[in-house]
Design a binder for this molecule. Sequence first.
Ligand code: ATP
Length: 236
Amino acid sequence: MTQSLEQPTVQVQAPLLQLNGITKVLKGQGEPRTILSGVDFTVHPGQSVAILGRSGSGKSTLLSLLGLFDRADEGKYFLHGNDITKLPERRAAALRSAEFGFVFQRFFLLKHLTAAQNVAMALVNGQGWSARRKRKQQVMEALEQVGIAHLAKSKPTRLSGGEQQRVAIARALVRQPRIILADEPTGALDTETGNLVVEVLLNTTRQGCGLVLVTHDHDHARKMGRVMELRDGRFN
Ligand SMILES: Nc1ncnc2c1ncn2[C@@H]1O[C@H](COP(=O)(O)OP(=O)(O)OP(=O)(O)O)[C@@H](O)[C@H]1O
């Protein structure tokens, strides 16, 4: 048997996302206020990062920049190694829905729809029969991923807070995002339910998803691969 002389290729994977020297200044009526100052931040596939910080330290602002809801005044933003700092809004919106899944403290579920229908709202496939069938399959897979497939037909009013948050996570997952941005996802939940939701979020990283969790809860933060603390717009 001949042995291949080829060297094994070393795959150097670009970070999922990378911020270099990000600064955000709020220019209201009074003096301009620097909210983020020279922030560097990197997330690789499968990594989970907690962002801690006092109220007003800039956590949500950072998440808005990461999710392309807002733009920095200085610095660079790379997604999969591509510079997206100055991407036009239409392309930013397309990237946002293709790459990111968002989870918030509030669940934002539509009360008159079932859990499955709420998750399906995130899909914008064609209307054909097969597309519908595929859509249903994707929805059920997302609900299974968060452990509530048996509640597919339940409406939010019949679900507990933790179950509702899991529907919201399934809604974020159904498009198979590469990065989940979660802003205080356990803020409205009791400790036990919050722990469950954190586990569900962490599970997504096992399939290569990146996870950024903004939280006030140090126990939840410690479960992430990395913990970073924002203080006055800077990481310590
Ligand atoms: N649109 C805005 N107009 C004026 N000030 C703002 C605006 N958005 C954020 N800020 C201010 O910027 C600072 C950072 O806000 P941000 O919401 O990022 O903090 P946070 O760390 O997420 O706080 P919390 O933990 O309370 O959610 C705060 O002082 C806030 O008042």
